[in-house]
Ligand binder design. Structure first.
Ligand code: DX5
Ligand code: ZN
Length: 214
């Protein structure tokens, strides 16, 4: 079953509650947290996740594009995150392992994310305990970029590792997803699709969500 996760990065932050309601037919809500270090952009942090949690029952899929995410796992979990994704490039193996342990302790679902440059094999030390792997299909940092076709091979490779080591693990793709690329990533093995501009840039976000599902 394919899940659609609209990214609020393309929403109107002055009307965030209204824009979250507009995508309530989606499965998850994707929240991009950026620290200005791991990526050259700043977005929202713990207080915004907390406020979002208070205004919706949606599953909160929180994508942490921050250095040393281990410092903030408990805070985001307490704020209401349902799932946290940490980038494998954001800390050493010890820091990533510790971040995943903290997620376990907080009862939050666990994911690791890969920049386009990172080898799919980098997920292997963690794969058996993960709920999801996030494959970036653009360089993280900004919405509205073009899909990197070269990432289709990465998606296929990650799907084959998942099949081998942890078939229940989900595979999310993020960046440049629209009706056209959705079809291609699904056949490569993705089952959770993040979409920012394709949903919020559409005249009718609910129609855009069902078009992505279809
Ligand atoms: C980019 C973010 C994405 C972004 C996707 O670093 O992780 O979630 O919002 O935006 P679109 O769908 O417009 O490429
Ligand atoms: Zn994202």
């Amino acid at each position: 079953m394919i899940k659609i996760a609209p990214s609020i990065l393309s929403a109107d932050f002055a009307n965030l509650e209204r824009d979250i309601r507009r995508v309530s037919s989606a499965d998850w809500l994707h929240i991009d947290v950026m620290d200005g270090c791991f990526v050259p952009n700043l977005t929202v942090g713990v207080p915004v996740v907390k406020s979002i949690h208070q205004c919706t029952d949606m599953f909160l899929d929180v994508h942490l594009m921050i250095e040393k995410p281990v410092r903030y796992i408990e805070a985001f979990a307490k704020a209401g995150a349902s799932l946290l994704s940490v980038h494998l490039e954001a800390d050493g193996p010890g820091g990533i392992a510790q971040a995943l342990r903290l997620m376990d302790g907080c009862g939050v679902r666990k994911a690791v994310a890969l920049r386009p440059i990172t080898s799919p094999k980098a997920i292997l030390p963690y794969l058996e305990q993960l709920d999801m792997v996030l494959v970036m299909t653009v360089e993280p940092g900004f919405g509205g970029q073009s899909f990197m076709t070269s990432q289709l091979d990465t998606i296929c490779e990650v799907r084959s590792l998942i099949r081998q080591y942890n078939p229940a693990c989900r595979l999310e793709v993020d960046g440049g997803i629209n009706r056209d690329t959705a079809r291609r990533v699904i056949s490569a093995g993705a089952d959770v699709l993040v979409a920012g501009s394709a949903v919020y840039g559409a005249a009718d976000p609910a129609m855009a969500i069902s078009a992505l599902r279809g």
